[in-house]
Design a protein around this ligand. Structure first.
Ligand code: RP5
Length: 173
């Protein structure tokens, strides 16, 4: 698998705070596994709004094609980014302490008509990375083949666990 660091950066991973990093690393792990070039930043829609706008406005010129944005609580970062760019935005609701992430989920998913954010599950940053690779795969057969191989592995692992299921049941009875 090619080293994604030597690749052109195609996915911008961004989060509202460095406290989101533990979750957002799963997106980077997926991109790395699928050989997609990435970059990562922590910038806040509320605390650094002008920096967010400046960052987003520079993305297209640098060849970035998709943004994965994670935020928690009043999670406006993915929506603000979607308002500023025609590039697709995948939102990752970070599990907050106050409401277990329901506030983050609803803040990200309930966008007004015309400004969609493709929202994954609470803390589901890995799925965001996979979805970004799948979107890129529509125009890049190499990435698509890596996603295909990954999905095949997923199926193989389910088959092998299924084969051991009866053994486990018998131990329990
Ligand atoms: C959000 O507020 C961030 O995305 C983070 O999930 C949450 C808390 O941020 P910190 O106070 O930890 O910086 O904007």
């Amino acid at each position: 698998m090619s080293d994604e660091r030597s690749n052109q950066t195609r996915v911008g991973v961004i989060m509202g705070s460095d406290s989101d990093l533990g979750v957002m690393l799963d997106a980077v792990r997926a991109l790395k596994q699928l050989g997609v070039g990435w970059e990562i930043n922590a910038l806040s829609a509320h605390r650094t709004p002008h920096r967010v706008a400046e960052y987003v406005e520079g993305l297209e010129g640098r060849g970035v094609q998709i943004i994965i944005a994670g935020a928690g609580g009043a999670a406006h970062l993915p929506g603000v980014i979607a308002a500023l760019t025609p590039l697709p935005v995948i939102g990752v609701p970070i599990k907050s302490t106050a409401t277990d992430g329901l506030d983050s989920l609803l803040s990200i998913v309930q966008m007004p008509p015309g400004v969609p954010v493709a929202t994954v599950g609470i803390n589901a940053a890995r799925n965001a990375g996979i979805l970004a690779a799948q979107i890129l795969g529509t125009g890049d057969p190499e990435v698509r083949d890596r996603v295909r191989a990954y999905k095949k592995e997923l199926g193989t692992s389910v088959e092998s666990r299924n084969a051991k299921l009866m053994e486990r049941v018998e131990k329990e009875l």
